[in-house]
Design a protein around this ligand. Sequence first.
Ligand SMILES: Nc1ncnc2c1ncn2[C@@H]1O[C@H](COP(=O)(O)OP(=O)(O)OP(=O)(O)O)[C@@H](O)[C@H]1O
Length: 274
Amino acid sequence: MSTDTQPLDKPVPVSGLSIYDPVHLGIDERGYGVDIELIYRNILLGGEPGSGKSVALNNIVAHAAMCTDTRLWLFDGKQVELGLWKSVSDVFVGPDIDAGLQRLQELQRVMDWRYDELDRVRRRKVTQTDPVDVIVAVIDEIAYYSATIGSKEQQEKFVRLVRDLVARGRAAGVIVVAATQRPSADIIPTSLRDLFGFRCAFRCTTEASSDIILGHGWAKQGQSATHIAPEDRGIGLLLAEGGMPRRMKSAYLSDADIYALVDYAHQLRTTIAY
Ligand SMILES: Nc1ncnc2c1ncn2[C@@H]1O[C@H](COP(=O)(O)OP(=O)(O)OP(=O)(O)O)[C@@H](O)[C@H]1O
């Protein structure tokens, strides 16, 4: 008889991931896994409605939720895209610009405080051995806060705060993951786009909008998300700083998968003090 079964009254041991581990996004055209090193980076995802941004985001959120060294801050204007993760998030902001601004300002203060601490101990960045949790801030959909709800002043403030977090957050352990279904110059100005180390363009209707996500000139070189067929949901061009866009298909997590992952993340976050 096997002796390695767990008595039912004993908690099942769980172990978590780290945000310093590569994050699995999907597979490329040759069938190789697409994993990204998100630590010290930010990622922007864009594409037309229904092109697969939220499915891709869920992979990143799933990884972050499984991490015992990560805080999850979710900003979801539609509430339901990231809503399944709400119970394991540390902060969840719905369609409320005041709450969005308040939380971003809080995050900015955390970042500034961390830089003061780094400066005090003469260090450049937080590392895995520091007793500091990385904060992953996921914003879906960025245009909802920057162009749809609130006053113009509030929208501009939201963009200013996001820009500052994307520009300065990385070394302080603040990672921004942002998605938009409106890849236009007013929503994603070049100065903001260029701060994202990873950019992923899902299907776009124009070469201009594909370039707004990936960077100017890629469409002319044949790298355009307009080439992705409308029925190819979940396929995108992933660009890593300094590289070539890589065609990939994101991994798909069904709602049932997400429920199971949320349960697991819940167990992790309540049994492992972090
Ligand atoms: N990687 C994938 N594998 C299989 N199906 C996918 C994949 N990505 C997307 N889909 C399908 O496409 C649908 C739309 O995807 P998703 O919700 O991610 O789009 P979106 O770009 O976030 O849309 P919106 O901008 O309207 O929020 C999904 O519900 C799913 O059926």
